[in-house]
Design a protein around this ligand. Structure first.
Ligand code: S3P
Length: 175
């Protein structure tokens, strides 16, 4: 029986906020893979992208996912590109109930309009960039076991939706 809960999904769909709330609700530990990578390097995500490049960042992401996707019951918030590698998806699906948070491109734009911490969104036409990346990634996000829309932000409703999905799939807080 899988014990972890992993949140995947595009940037600014609420993975960290929902993940923290979910962990608190169930009394579980919370891990944010970006946070772990940043802490390990003593650098921010933009600094890691700038100094080492995206390929290096993706390698680090895979290492961290392997570290946390095994045994134990915790909530794992992943970075928006974590599902791009097949091996990451296999690792996530093997060790966690994988839930994808979604939001429309316009919602992501609104939520990230002043954001300077997401290297992949630093583009002149941010909406176009979001649209393109979302389209490229849609097939990967669809590998999640459950999908939750977050455009109309209602944290309680999102948690209730996830709880009901988990319960319908035999998950309990103790397994
Ligand atoms: C990325 C998403 C970011 C972070 C990095 C790359 C992506 O995480 O991992 O900037 O490729 O979508 P968030 O989804 O938490 O913004």
């Amino acid at each position: 029986m899988k014990s972890n809960i992993a949140l995947v999904g595009f940037m600014a769909t609420g993975k960290t906020t929902v993940g923290k709330a979910l962990a608190e609700y169930f009394g579980l530990a919370f891990v944010d893979t970006d946070e772990v990578i940043a802490q390990k390097h003593g650098k921010s995500i933009p600094e890691i992208f700038l100094e080492h490049g995206e390929v290096y960042f993706r390698e680090q992401e895979t290492l961290v996912l392997k570290e946390f996707c095994g045994e134990g019951a915790k909530v794992i918030a992943t970075g928006g590109g974590a599902i791009l590698k097949k091996e990451n998806v296999s690792c996530l699906l093997a060790g966690a109930h994988v839930i994808c948070l979604t939001a429309k491109p316009e919602t992501v734009l609104e939520r990230t309009k002043d954001d300077v911490n997401r290297p992949l969104l630093q583009s002149e036409d941010r909406l176009e960039k979001i649209n393109n990346l979302m389209q490229e990634r849609e097939q990967h996000y669809n590998k999640a076991e459950h999908i939750v829309k977050t455009d109309e932000w209602d944290l309680e409703a999102i948690i209730a939706d996830i709880e009901s999905f988990l319960k319908n799939n035999g998950w309990t807080v103790n397994n």
